[in-house]
Design a protein around this ligand. Structure first.
Ligand code: PLP
Length: 394
């Protein structure tokens, strides 16, 4: 009898399964819209060359990572006018990309959050949120977010659910470019959401995996986070540099907590270190050096902001082209949601059966929830994609 004979077979990862099916498909015209990865990242090699040329040592970073990176990441998220940043009351640690930031956050909240150890996430949310938070020991609950009839935000349902949560609940908010729906609240709606969260005395946790990717402007995409802080909230934040810097495999991210004072920040910092040390001791340095070079070198920073804008604009353009092509084909459905939504992903409104048909009959691969990665659309394949969607949905 083997020691592990009782280990059951786990289900495969939904998204990696799509990539496998895509790879097996012999069609020359196949399209993969499953994974959210943007490949056009010209800024990276330049910054990377700079880091390599500096011939830096490979010594350990401290537990909270490369200090230059932490300060630059905080500045990018919170902005130069941020009161807590200027007052030195943001506890910041480098993390293993966005996932690692969420996981440190989950562990910190599990250990120190004074209220109920439950966190509310939107329905739907990034598929990994539930696993990350429940593996951190938190109970995971949900609030309404997406309205499948309008293929848009269920704003009333969301606010109603926030008001119904027990006082002092933890709530996870996607800062911008909501994954998987691509549906974001407007600035006006964010103001009301902030009020409702405040009224309930709830604790906001922002997940910002796509800063810059939604509007093309990193400040604009940080609106929700910065507005909440102006309103007196003290959120915590998970940042990822995977998408906006094309540093996917380098795993560059940050977890931060806004506190009430430098003294409180020091206490929080000390406890984050105590959490990180037995998890992985300290984070890798190379990617963080690339990111901080991009953020701190004025010329590289300018170039990068231009490229982020270019990526966002290309995505916005592909959305418009997809909608236009569907309309030209005579589709009887409204496709306004494709251009109303924002960020890397679009929720098409296609059901699981239609998505299966899309893959089996048209070699177009994406998740069964109807989400497509707009980053995978090009001016070359958009026509064929529209035809496939039209044939499946009408
Ligand atoms: N949060 C959201 C909403 C995401 O969509 C992702 C990636 O897809 C992440 C966090 C974390 O990604 P990473 O760990 O690659 O930074």
């Amino acid at each position: 009898q083997s020691t592990w004979s009782g280990v059951p077979q786990g289900p495969p990862d939904a998204i990696l399964g799509i990539t496998e099916a895509f790879k097996k498909d012999p069609s020359g015209e196949k399209i993969n819209l499953g994974v959210g990865a943007y490949r056009d990242d010209k800024g990276k090699p330049t910054a990377e060359q700079q880091v390599v040329q500096q011939n830096m040592d490979k010594e350990y970073a401290g537990i909270t990572g490369v200090p230059d990176f932490g300060s630059a990441a905080a500045l990018l998220a919170y902005g130069p006018d941020s009161a807590p940043l200027k007052e030195g009351r943001i506890a910041m640690t480098q993390s293993i990309s966005g996932t690692g930031a969420l996981r440190i956050g989950g562990a910190f909240l599990h250990r120190f959050f004074p209220g109920a150890k439950a966190i509310y996430i939107p329905t739907p949310s990034w598929a990994n949120h539930k696993a990350v938070f429940s593996d951190s020991g938190l109970e995971v609950k949900q609030y309404r977010y997406y309205n499948k009839d309008t293929i848009g935000l269920d704003f009333d349902g969301m606010v109603e659910d926030i008001k119904k949560m027990p006082k002092g609940s933890m709530i996870l908010l996607h800062a911008c470019a909501h994954n998987p729906t691509g549906v974001d609240p407007t600035e006006q709606q964010w103001r009301s959401i902030s009020d409702a969260v405040k009224e309930g005395g709830h604790y906001p946790f922002f997940d910002m995996a796509y800063q810059g990717f939604a509007s093309g402007d990193t400040d604009k995409d940080a609106f929700a986070l910065r507005h909440f802080i102006k309103e007196g909230h003290q959120p915590c934040l998970a940042q990822s540099f995977a998408k906006n810097m094309g540093l996917y495999g380098e795993r560059v991210g940050a977890f931060s907590v806004v506190t009430a004072s430098p003294e409180e920040k020091a206490r929080v910092d000390s406890q984050v270190k105590i959490l990180v040390r037995p998890l992985y001791s300290n984070p890798p340095v190379h990617g963080a050096r690339i990111a901080s070079t991009i953020l701190k070198d004025p010329a590289l920073n300018k170039q990068w902001l231009g490229e982020v804008k270019g990526m966002a604009d290309r995505i916005i353009e592909m959305r418009a082209l997809l909608k236009e092509n569907l309309e030209k084909l005579g589709s009887k459905h409204s496709w306004n949601h494709i251009t109303d939504q924002i960020g890397m992903f679009a929720y098409t409104g296609l059901n699981a059966e239609q998505m299966t048909k899309l893959a089996e009959e048209h070699s177009v691969y994406a998740t069964k929830d109807g989400r497509i990665s707009v980053a995978g659309i090009t001016s070359q394949n958009v026509g064929r994609l529209a035809e496939a969607i039209y044939k499946v949905k009408g």
